[in-house]
Ligand binder design. Structure first.
Ligand code: ATP
Ligand code: MG
Length: 392
């Protein structure tokens, strides 16, 4: 059996980013090092112009690749066998490697960076291919081979690899800045968080809590959701905002049919203030057009009117079934469906407005002094940092 000495990490989409590429690779390099240093102390991460390599030094290729598959900005991985640049070894090891694969056709591709190597690429390809043809039942298909064997002859060694494993894609976490994500206990907002992280945007989370109407269990649920998301962002700050007083004031002063609209306007006002304080460049949430009364376009327009801050809604036009599929994939679904009431479900009126009028909303909001309540809520924030290091 042939052994693998390293994993080749490809950037994919990054290659299109021109002058930012160098910074992006540096961030990705750091993210990979951080992700591996604790559990795989022998692994060494090396940054090159075109790829990042993880030298296994005896660590398990499968275990490391599993970790790498959660890191955004990685386009694909290959397990690489490293050997000395000697034509007989190249020919023999290529045969051993291809014997591990399933398929009936193959193609050999060769790059020769070491121009002093006594054979040119074409000669290497021919020698390797004819050895494989002689010793297996495989046939050559240069257009759509089942197995593509890659050989790279470099100065220091030769590398051969076959499989390419597709990875998460997107951008390295952190290169897209930071957003303040509104995290409920539902299915949608953790999926929105994941999509942002994959796009390179790190998140802090804001949760509006309404004790005693909502129980402490909600907070455990949020912590579990964020622990699941630690796979993609190793440390996440959660701001828990006491929202009860504002909600009670709303229900005292506002017609029931407008309560949700105004409650959500308060959420946006709070989120904007906290986002500014925490230097987040955008607010994000799990809203999806049409999902409930407060998420019709007409509602969203009136709710959104309280802020000029950029609002990112990664799920705006995603179907619920697709959202659920992603939630299952990222292991948040089972946590999200645990039966805990959140502040919205408790106060849900029978007939919320799907077409709220902004003049009406403003009239209601003028009937009570909500600014001091907003300031008080912001003063009483509770902060938790949920990080993957905690369990270790
Ligand atoms: P569900 O999966 O049940 O739809 P949800 O999280 O989408 O859950 P919605 O009531 O649809 O809940 O709310 C839309 C968005 O508003 C959420 O995705 C979330 O970003 C934000 N939100 C709602 N309630 C809260 C809350 N209590 N704290 C923070 N954000 C909230
Ligand atoms: Mg929703």
């Amino acid at each position: 059996m042939i052994s693998y000495e390293m994993i080749m990490v490809r950037f994919g989409e990054l290659s299109t980013k021109g002058k930012n590429k160098k910074d992006f690779i540096q961030v990705l390099f750091k993210n990979i090092k951080n992700a591996l240093k604790h559990d795989f102390p022998q692994a060494v991460v090396e940054k090159r112009f075109d790829h990042i390599y993880v030298h296994l030094n005896g660590e398990s290729a499968d275990a490391i690749s599993e970790r790498l598959l959660d890191i955004s900005g990685i386009h694909s991985l290959s397990f690489v066998h490293r050997l000395s640049s000697d034509i007989n070894t190249i020919v023999e090891d290529s045969l051993s490697l291809i014997r591990n694969e399933t398929g009936s056709t193959f193609k050999v591709r060769c790059k020769r960076a070491d121009k002093s190597f006594p054979f040119v690429s074409d000669q290497i390809v021919r020698k390797v291919a004819s050895h494989i043809l002689k010793n297996t039942n495989l046939t050559v298909d240069v257009h759509q081979p089942d197995i593509l064997l890659n050989i790279e002859v470099r100065m220091e060694a030769t590398y051969i690899y076959v499989k390419t494993i597709p990875a998460l894609g997107g951008y390295p976490l952190g290169v897209g800045g930071k957003a303040m994500l509104m995290l409920s206990g539902g299915i949608d907002s953790p999926v929105a968080a994941y999509l942002l992280m994959r796009r390179g945007v790190s998140v802090e989370c804001i949760h509006f809590a309404s004790p005693p109407y909502t129980q402490i269990g909600v907070i455990y649920k949020l912590v579990d959701l964020l622990k699941a998301l630690n796979r993609y962002q190793p440390a996440i700050r959660l701001h828990i905002i006491p929202f009860t007083k504002l909600q009670e004031a709303i229900y005292q002063h506002v017609d029931e049919s407008y309560a949700i609209t105004i409650m959500r306007r308060m959420m946006y006002r709070l989120a904007e203030k906290l986002a500014k304080r925490r230097k987040c460049l955008a607010i994000a949430n799990g809203e999806s057009v049409g999902q409930v009364a407060s998420q019709t376009l007409a509602s969203m327009k009136v709710i959104n009117a309280v802020t000029n801050y950029p609002i990112i809604r990664p799920l705006a036009v995603v179907d619920k079934l697709d959202i659920i599929k992603t939630a299952v994939k990222i292991n948040t679904y089972d946590i999200s469906i645990r039966p805990f009431e959140d502040c919205c479900t408790i106060f849900t009126p029978k007939n919320p407005k799907t077409m709220p009028k902004e003049e009406e909303v403003i009239k209601f909001e003028q009937t009570f002094d909500y600014e001091p309540l907003i300031d008080e809520a912001l003063r009483k924030i509770e902060v938790k940092i949920i990080s993957s290091d905690e369990e270790n």
